[in-house]
Design a binder for this molecule. Structure first.
Ligand SMILES: Cc1cc2nc3c(=O)[nH]c(=O)nc-3n(C[C@H](O)[C@H](O)[C@H](O)COP(=O)(O)O)c2cc1C
Length: 386
């Protein structure tokens, strides 16, 4: 076995990136990135359900050269892999949004920016170019909503992702124990954590303190609540009429993220939504719901074989991507993993993660005897997660 990148020997998996990232960022930041809600059962259920999906190994098939390129909503991508939206990514790792947009453009995979990012759409749209998607949390004020959509489109973002699975704030107890809330009131412990994370602190010094720039553009900075969570100040909680209005307002492809119920999926397709993103927000919102992967085949069955579907929540490597594709997804997204990669190795971290995913997918497809993704469902079996 030979490996061109030494990190392939020292950090061959997402779990290794997570471990290194944890050491390089303040604890309260890591807790924001890594925590789920409640007892974190939702996160564990995602993992257990993924582990129960197996494939029958194939032998005597000669050499397998898997095709990893794909098409989604009329566009070619190098891999069926997406960078999911991460709120305040720039606080997890300084200037994360621009680094991730650059990496996505380099590797020709979608980069989806969050509404509550630490960058404006104008900062990243030109970098991401055709692989840029923008995630929208519908805001209360209709004028603001329209202006936001206008700016997103003018910044070059072609695809809108509307997230619907945050009908309320979740408690995320681990985050609370780390004293993380906005306005941020640094405790002596937090100051110590920052001081002992020099790479992170130097990055913050260089790029400035992270804030929700896009949302803050719509918040009166002279108001007493100016240090509040800007996203919270302007956020609305969308109903079906909001979805209809957004569909009318947005001219390009529109994807709805956070769909778990097949009935919702059918309704959304009937409204002309171009893609469905099956996700339980990685167990960050509600721990008593089903694993996202459990709902994926039900939603695929409900909307038929051709409607574009994305899956995420708990993907820990290339094999999980194949599991998602086998159960009906066209593309699979990862959230935390990109930030682990960036925090672990800076600008080149996401390149290493792409290499991990690519190699892992290719090796596992050979084991399964699949050259193309559409051959995966026929090889899928249930296995004992053991
Ligand atoms: C720190 C963090 C912030 C997130 N912020 C957003 C967000 O602003 N908008 C959104 O639609 N999803 C958000 N998500 C959910 C991700 O887009 C994605 O659905 C999830 O992270 C996928 O699971 P994974 O992290 O296990 O890969 C966030 C996730 C994390 C971990």
């Amino acid at each position: 076995m030979s490996s061109a990148d030494p990190r392939d020997l020292t950090h061959p998996s997402i779990a290794d990136l997570r471990k290194r990232a944890k050491r390089r960022m303040p604890r309260f930041v890591f807790e924001y990135l890594d925590s789920a809600t409640g007892t974190e059962m939702g996160q564990r259920r995602n993992r257990a359900a993924l582990d129960a999906i197996g494939f029958m190994p194939a032998v005597m098939r000669g050499e397998i050269a898997p095709e990893l390129e794909t098409q989604f909503l009329g566009q070619d991508y190098a891999l069926p892999v997406i960078m999911a939206p991460i709120g305040m990514a720039g606080s997890i790792w300084p200037d994360a949004e621009r680094s991730l947009a650059r990496a996505a453009a380099r590797h020709r995979i979608p980069y989806c920016q969050s509404t509550v990012a630490a960058s404006r759409p104008e900062d990243t749209g030109p970098i991401a170019g055709p692989v840029g998607w923008f995630q929208h949390y519908p805001v209360r004020d209709l004028e603001v909503r329209r202006d936001m959509l206008d700016r997103i489109a003018r910044a070059g973002y072609g695809t809108l992702v509307v997230t619907v699975d945050v009908p309320a704030e979740s408690r995320r107890e681990r985050q609370r124990r780390a004293h993380l809330d906005l306005p941020l009131r640094p405790t002596p412990g937090m100051i110590f954590q920052m001081a002992t994370s020099p790479a992170w602190s130097l990055g913050v010094a260089r790029h400035g303190p992270p804030e929700m720039k896009f949302c803050l553009d719509y918040v009166d900075r002279n108001a007493p609540e100016k240090f509040e969570h800007a996203g919270r100040l302007i956020r609305g909680y969308p109903d079906r009429d909001d979805l209809k209005e957004l569909r009318e307002l947005w001219q390009g492809p529109m994807i709805v993220k956070g769909v778990l119920d097949p009935d919702d999926a059918v309704w959304l397709v009937a409204q002309g939504v171009d893609g469905l993103w099956v996700s339980n927000h990685a167990g960050r919102q509600f721990e008593a719901g089903p694993a996202a992967i459990t709902q994926l085949p039900l939603i695929r069955a409900a909307v038929g074989p051709d409607h574009p579907i994305i899956f995420d929540s708990g993907v820990a490597g290339g094999l999980d991507i194949l599991r998602g594709l086998a159960l009906g997804a066209d593309m699979v997204a990862l959230g935390k993993a990109w930030l682990f990669a960036l925090a672990a190795f800076g600008e080149t971290g996401p390149d290493h993660l792409v290499n991990i995913l690519r190699a892992d997918m290719a090796a596992n497809m050979a084991m399964i005897g699949a050259t193309r993704f559409d051959e995966l469902p026929a090889r899928r079996i249930d296995v004992d997660p053991a």
